[in-house]
Design a binder for this molecule. Structure first.
Ligand SMILES: [Zn+2]
Length: 207
């Protein structure tokens, strides 16, 4: 716990001072350009991997970066309300669905015994069941190794969640992006809906 408190003091004495004017400008307003939907995984840092500052990303994170299909409901729906707020109140320009390598949530789709004491997680991951079904329909699981199944699941999952967004928010001005982040290399692959592949984001392409 000491590490956390030491970190706060360190932040106040260093980073905060460096960005003091920026923080002052954010005192009473936020105008984020992007809604970032990412996994809760501790190894993902949306601001770090996009080199963005506070005020730029509106972030919602959950296990396996899932997007429940839009529905009318009386339940308390965190992800759905965060998406709704980002689009109707903050009016973001972009939505990024960011999945990642070695995703525990995606892996649990194939090993449900891991979740025998986590009934809510198991229920939550039902949102990715179409992904599993889709893979079973397209691949012979006996001929692909576990690593291959892992990345196929993570990538199919990103596309499935983009599809869920499109069922509700499909307009020309909003950009919906799908990213696949590789933890150990820092590479990010952007989904190309034209040829249905994930393409590495390179320096010449980001301009
Ligand atoms: Zn994950």
């Amino acid at each position: 716990m000491k590490k956390l408190f030491d970190g706060i003091i360190n932040f106040q004495e260093n980073e905060f001072l460096k960005y003091k004017d920026h923080f002052t400008s954010l005192e009473r307003k936020q105008e984020p350009h992007t809604l970032f939907i990412g996994c809760s995984d501790s190894r993902i840092d949306p601001a770090l991997i996009t080199k963005t500052l506070p005020g730029e990303l509106f972030i919602v994170r959950n296990i396996a970066n899932l997007v429940p299909p839009y529905r009318e409901t009386a339940e308390y729906v965190a992800t759905t309300s965060a998406i709704e707020y980002a689009l109707t109140v903050l009016k973001v320009d972009n939505i990024v669905v960011c999945g990642h390598s070695n995703c525990g949530g995606c892996n649990a789709l194939w090993n449900e015994s891991l979740l025998k004491n986590s009934p809510h997680t198991k229920k939550w991951l039902e949102l990715a069941h179409p992904v599993k079904k889709n893979i079973e329909n397209h691949y012979n699981l006996k001929t692909i190794d576990l690593r291959e199944r892992e990345w196929i699941t993570e990538q199919f999952n990103i596309v499935e969640q983009m599809r869920h967004l499109l069922t509700r928010y499909n307009n020309k001005t909003l950009k919906i992006l799908g990213w696949y982040y590789i933890i150990e290399t820092g590479d990010i692959f952007n989904y190309n809906s034209g040829n249905k592949t994930f393409e590495l984001i390179r320096s010449s392409e980001s301009k």
